[in-house]
Design a protein around this ligand. Structure first.
Ligand SMILES: [Zn+2]
Length: 85
């Protein structure tokens, strides 16, 4: 039985729905893009599975750019990489 209370979000890499609390959230806050550890920042956000494969897909299909409507900074890509590995 699935628990419908868990919010699902679409991964910008694999484009599949996953429970929000198992994913990384990247948020555009003011003019800055941050990795939102607390999941509490408001603003335009992109969600990603904690998988290197999904990060690679997201970079390839420009999923971050599509969700955030701006370019994903290299420095943040590095932070996400470290978070996954
Ligand atoms: Zn994914």
């Amino acid at each position: 039985m699935s628990d419908k209370r868990i919010p699902m979000r679409k991964c910008v890499g694999c484009n599949k729905m996953h429970p929000k609390n198992e994913m990384l959230k990247i948020t555009k806050r003011d003019q800055e893009i941050v990795l939102d550890y607390s999941h509490k920042n408001n603003g335009r956000s992109a969600y990603l599975c904690s998988k290197e494969e999904c990060l690679k897909l997201a970079l390839k299909n420009k999923g971050f750019e599509r969700s955030l409507k701006c370019k994903m900074p290299m420095t943040l890509i590095e932070i996400v990489k470290q978070e996954i590995s």
